[in-house]
Design a protein around this ligand. Structure first.
Ligand code: AMP
Length: 362
């Protein structure tokens, strides 16, 4: 028995950003049409999709109408309200599923899941009060990072604590919300793996890329990452284990810290993203099947595509005004430009990205 969706089926996507746009483009190439659901009037994804619903994520009447018009529902951002995902899943398959989404949305649940599955993370503690925080700082030590359990991204909702005396200030800073305290990991680099799983249980991971951030926003992803060959396999195996244990369907980003001096656990999982991920954009030009096509394959229960890298590659995000250089970048050798067609280039806004390939000599 297979629940493989045939070309011509309709894929519903929650969210109208650039990730939804690139998913819709990949789906179109495979013969699917997409239906974007998002609150915004104009969005990068809606522009390339066959159908659009403009609605609030809490509006169950609109959500039900949307669900009636699609065969499977996915999402391009992880902060889809849990109630929305649960409601939709009573109407149509939601992939990745509600349980995986709930795990990725809450840093404490996520860390507990890793611990239960023997996957290394930073030392951490649950924080509900200032008293919990001072105790955890004594146990874990400083420096440490206080992170809200929910709705953190690109360095938001978190603060570094260098001394026990700074506990109260940090607790105020994150708004006294349920949080976790993490020990500071003395990492040499950050890497990430994109892994796909379909509902047959087939798994396919791409090799790790090495990520550099600027102002808390991803700047570049370089592949291959500067790590030893055995660690490439270890990172891919950890990502596959996470996807399998979560009963995950779709593509997922797994972010790691690389700690070369640590003999037993040189790779520490930072967090997972239950969706296509900025650090996987390199696959669009350096692999036969991109993370976007792979996600569509996975949620439609198609066989997963090859993940072999065909070229060395550096992906660079175009943030804010960077995008004004588009024609210069376009003229660089072996470079492809991916633009999101956003109206205004505000500081910190992701406007597009480039993939620069370094093909090997034949
Ligand atoms: P996150 O939102 O968890 O991805 O954290 C944003 C950034 O903060 C990461 O990319 C790291 O550079 C840094 N960071 C987060 N957690 C830790 C940690 N436990 N130790 C050291 N650096 C961290």
């Amino acid at each position: 028995m297979t629940d493989r969706l045939a070309p011509g089926s309709r894929i519903g996507i929650l969210g109208g950003g650039q990730l939804g746009r690139m998913l819709a483009l990949a789906a179109a190439e495979m013969g699917f049409s997409t239906h974007i659901y998002c609150p915004e009037e104009m969005s990068p994804a809606a522009e390339v999709a066959a159908h659009i619903t403009r609605g609030a994520y809490e509006d169950e009447t609109e959500l039900a109408k949307f669900a009636a018009q699609v065969d499977v529902i996915t999402y391009e951002f992880e902060n889809v309200p849990a109630k929305t995902a649960e409601f939709l899943s009573t109407l149509k398959p939601v992939r990745p599923g509600v349980a995986a989404l709930a795990t990725a949305q809450d840093r404490l649940v996520e860390k507990n899941f890793m611990r239960a599955n023997g996957i290394a993370t930073a030392p951490y503690a649950q924080i509900d009060t200032l008293g919990d925080l001072t105790q955890a700082l004594r146990d874990i030590g400083t420096p440490a990072i206080l992170k809200t359990r929910r709705f953190g991204y690109d360095g938001k909702g978190q603060t570094k604590i260098d001394a026990l005396g700074d506990a109260e200030k940090a607790w105020q800073e994150i708004g006294q919300q349920p949080a976790i305290l993490e020990g500071f990991v003395p990492f040499a680099r950050e890497i990430s793996v994109l892994v796909a799983r379909n509902s047959n249980g087939d798994l396919a991971a791409y090799e790790p890329g090495e990520n550099v951030h600027l102002n808390h926003i991803l700047h570049t992803t370089t592949v291959p990452a500067n790590i030893e060959a055995p660690l490439v396999a270890t990172a891919m195996a950890i990502a596959e284990k996470i996807a399998a244990q979560l009963n995950y369907v779709g593509i997922m980003g797994v972010e790691f810290f690389h700690v070369p001096g640590n003999e037993t656990t040189p790779l520490v999982v930072n967090e997972i993203a239950p969706r296509v991920h900025n650090s996987g954009h390199w696959t669009q030009d350096a692999c036969q099947v991109s993370q976007f096509e792979q996600h569509i394959r996975a949620i439609c229960n198609w066989p997963l595509g090859p993940t072999t890298r065909l070229s060395d590659v550096v992906m660079t995000n175009l943030i804010g005004d960077d995008v004004d250089e588009w024609d210069v970048l376009l003229s660089s050798p072996n470079t492809s430009l991916h633009m999101y067609n956003k109206a205004q280039a505000r500081p910190g806004r992701k406007m597009g990205h480039i993939n620069q390939l370094t093909p090997r000599a034949l």
